[in-house]
Design a binder for this molecule. Structure first.
Ligand SMILES: [Zn+2]
Length: 282
């Protein structure tokens, strides 16, 4: 008995050391990098705030201000200060691309304004993910157009399981710009939790390119870029799908994506391959 207890102790200690090392080596630097925020004045009416949680946009028109994703922690306060400054007395319309808290924690600063999110969530699930403050006031089932000066913003509920069960994107027609939320990331491995569906990503890349004329992509995380951001993320998912049915590819692909931001086991090539494997089993 004593011997068994000793071994259990050793194993638990090893697990604790491994978890601690993983945290120090990967999770902490990842979270630190996530906090960094850069503000870009894209044009006269459009401000982009990159980092500090999910990437955000602030689009100003004569009659209202559109805010895409509200960030978390200090960056949420920074974003809100900027929105207040730009909006003055104009009404604010917030769009949440999905319910993860790095995109929604700042909603609490917009209570009393319009907050739009995907209509496939239940209120209960929403509150579990992002709390009670600043819950959406409009649950978008399909799509909605908002005239923004000489541009039109179309808010689209993608309507199927992709990153979550109700991802929303915002497309600016004149700017040919897509705010993609976490459906598209730039050089970062995806977090596939809950209802995430890796095949949903592959479908949606096709749908976006077929239905929208996209030239600029604001991903959920990572730098703003062109259509190549979607292409690279599509390639990543195709590669991982292949690796899920061919184990010999795994090391080569790990090497190919080693510069992408990731956290081993939870947000990595390995976890994406696992997500495809789990689907194949179903
Ligand atoms: Zn997310």
């Amino acid at each position: 008995m004593k011997k068994v207890l000793k071994w259990v102790g050793i194993i638990l200690a090893l697990i604790a050391v491994t978890a601690g090392t993983l945290f120090m080596l990967y999770v902490r630097p990842f979270l630190e990098a996530m906090k960094q925020t850069t503000t870009v004045q894209y044009d006269k009416d459009l401000t982009l705030m990159i980092g500090g949680g999910g990437n955000s946009g602030i689009l100003v028109s004569d009659s209202l201000v559109l805010v895409i994703d509200t960030k978390m922690s200090d960056a949420a306060i920074m974003l809100h200060d900027k929105v207040k400054q730009l909006a003055g007395a104009k009404p604010i319309v917030v769009v949440n691309t999905h319910f993860h808290s790095d995109h929604t924690k700042g909603n609490k600063f917009y209570v009393g304004q319009t907050i739009i999110a995907g209509g496939n969530y239940t209120m209960e699930n929403w509150i579990k993910q992002s709390g009670k403050e600043g819950v959406p006031t409009i649950w978008l089932k399909d799509r909605m157009d908002i005239k923004m000066g000489d541009d039109t913003a179309t808010i689209i509920n993608l309507g199927k399981n992709i990153h979550t069960e109700s991802d929303v994107v915002v497309y600016l027609h004149k700017r040919k710009m897509l705010f993609a939320g976490d459906v598209i990331l730039n050089k970062q491995a995806p977090a596939l939790f809950g209802n995430a569906d890796p095949d949903g990503y592959l479908d949606v890349f096709n749908w976006l390119q077929k239905n929208l004329d996209i030239q600029k992509v604001v991903p959920g995380h990572g730098e703003v870029g062109g259509i190549e951001v979607i292409e690279a993320f599509r390639q990543y998912f195709s590669d991982m799908k292949l690796a899920a049915s061919d184990d010999s590819k795994k090391n080569e692909l790990e090497e190919k994506y080693k510069d992408w931001r990731h956290i081993p086991i939870v947000m990595s090539t390995g976890s994406t391959i696992r997500a495809f494997k789990n689907k194949q089993k179903k």
